[in-house]
Design a protein around this ligand. Structure first.
Ligand SMILES: Nc1nc2c(c(=O)[nH]1)N[C@H]1C(S)=C(S)[C@@H](COP(=O)(O)OP(=O)(O)OC[C@H]3O[C@@H](n4cnc5c(N)ncnc54)[C@H](O)[C@@H]3O)O[C@H]1N2
Ligand code: MOO
Length: 415
């Protein structure tokens, strides 16, 4: 392993190659939000299941148009939930969602009728064949592929699955992830007063909040001081909890207490790289432990943690889910941007619609890796490649959503 910082693409390739597809498992539809379909869903039923009325009104029939002014006898009534009915002729009073009586082929809304007597109605507008009838199978046909493998299940999918009567789906297992924060300055308990030199642990809660949104299951989380023994014990507990991915924060740089690289050696870890030509997050370390457990040693600065998760861990999760890698959006910068360092920059950014109605990306002020306030305003990441020094306003840059399963745009985000 070279001591040089690797190019992002090279480092990412190593991460992707070390990651493998997880198994599928069954999941009840009511508990499947955010899960990723392992196999396509093919409908065995039609939707709607039967011809039914789109309006409250009168169901009729005719060879062609039933002209305004026509008068018909009322032969029956059909409400939602009623079974099959056979109509001889005339008009049937019908409710929205009610099954069409056999033999009738159109519905006139009640407000386009005048009831003359209890048993007679006049239509006040022309009624054409098929009007206001929702045909069986017009939404979903039998045998139709309704959801593709790789779909990230959302409430709209639950609606469809529920309508189809599907109670369980096959989804990819959730990757089991452990989070270990290091640093004797860190305080986890928000009710505890800070001693001089101490700070609140914000990386731990951030990762615990973001990982489930990325499709992972946090199986272990703890904070340790700058103590290699405590770190090793934490690592042991993470492995005992069944973690397949371990994320650590801090202690990977050049300081006296940056013990993670050495501690890993005692776990027979294979360090695949340490340092990537990116900002923030350059000292990032990636190692493989026995049993193909992946360890991402993220630098402690909070934005380095956010970038490490978004641009290394989430791509690895996509491999585990069987999802193809994301394609970023190419969007214009709203202002010029310049940098001096030949590193790939990941910039806290905000997408907005400009005065011409164009989607544009604004790089937020305060890009330093300790500044977490701008991330709270960000809704995207903009990328400036290592070899680019300056970009004018309007230059196109790669833009990614905040999370790989959360793309609000039809590019870059969820499949
Ligand atoms: N001589 C050098 N110093 C540093 C370099 C370098 O190349 N040469 N790189 C800098 C960069 S870039 C980064 S990033 C940091 C990474 O350092 P570590 O991974 O060793 O992280 P720490 O020193 O433990 O922490 C850095 C920073 O982040 C704060 N922190 C840590 N954990 C948390 C947490 N859970 N919640 C909130 N904040 C946290 C910590 O207090 C430090 O301020 O190294 C630079 N130095
Ligand atoms: O890479 Mo560090 O995260 O720039 O400060």
């Amino acid at each position: 392993m070279s001591d040089e910082a690797l190019a992002y693409d090279t480092a990412l390739r190593i991460v992707l190659d070390a990651s493998g597809l997880l198994r599928a498992e069954n999941c009840v539809v009511t508990a499947c939000l955010g899960r990723i379909l392992a196999t396509p869903v093919i409908s065995t039923v039609a939707l709607p299941p039967f011809d039914n009325s789109a309006m409250d009104g009168f169901a009729l029939r005719g060879d062609s148009i039933v002209a305004a002014g026509s008068e018909l006898s009322i032969e029956g009534q059909q409400a939602a939930g009623d079974g099959m009915a056979h109509a001889g002729g005339g008009a049937w009073e019908i409710m929205t969602g009610a099954r069409m009586p056999e033999g009738l082929d159109r519905v006139v809304p009640v407000e386009q009728t005048k009831r003359l007597t209890a048993t007679r109605v006049r239509v006040l507008a022309d009624v054409t064949p098929g009007q206001n009838v929702r045909r069986a199978g017009s939404d979903v046909t039998v045998g139709e592929h309704v959801l593709a493998a790789g779909t990230v299940l959302q409430p709209q999918h639950v609606m469809l699955l529920a309508a189809l009567g599907i109670a369980q789906v096959s989804v990819i297992e959730r990757p089991r992830v452990a989070v270990i924060c290091t640093g004797r300055e860190l305080v986890d308990d928000p009710s505890r007063a800070l001693a001089p030199g101490h700070i609140r642990n914000s990386n731990g809660p951030f990762l615990a909040a973001r990982l489930p949104l990325a499709g992972a299951k946090v199986v272990h989380a703890e904070t340790v001081g700058d103590d290699a023994d405590a770190f090793e014990s934490a690592l042991r507990r993470a492995l005992d909890a069944g973690a397949k991915v371990i994320m650590t924060s801090g202690a990977v740089s050049m300081g006296r207490y940056d013990f993670v690289p050495q501690a890993l050696q005692r776990f027979h870890a294979q360090t695949l790289f340490h340092k990537v030509a990116i900002r923030p997050g350059k000292p990032l370390l990636f190692a493989r432990l026995p049993d193909d457990v992946l360890l991402f040693g993220l630098p402690g600065n909070p934005i380095a943690v956010a970038v490490g998760l978004r641009f290394f861990v989430e791509p690895a999760l996509r491999v585990m889910f069987g999802l193809k890698q994301e394609t970023p959006c190419r969007l214009p910068l709203s202002k010029p941007y310049a940098k001096k360092t030949r590193l790939r920059f990941h910039l806290k950014s905000r997408l907005h619609v400009d005065t011409h109605g164009q989607l544009a990306v604004q790089v937020l002020e305060g890009q330093e890796s300790y500044r977490i306030r701008p991330l709270a305003d960000a809704n995207a990441w903009a990328i400036v490649p290592a070899d680019v020094e300056a970009l004018p306003a309007g230059a196109l840059v790669d833009v990614y959503s905040l999370g790989h399963l959360e793309g609000a745009l039809p590019c870059g985000g969820a499949p």
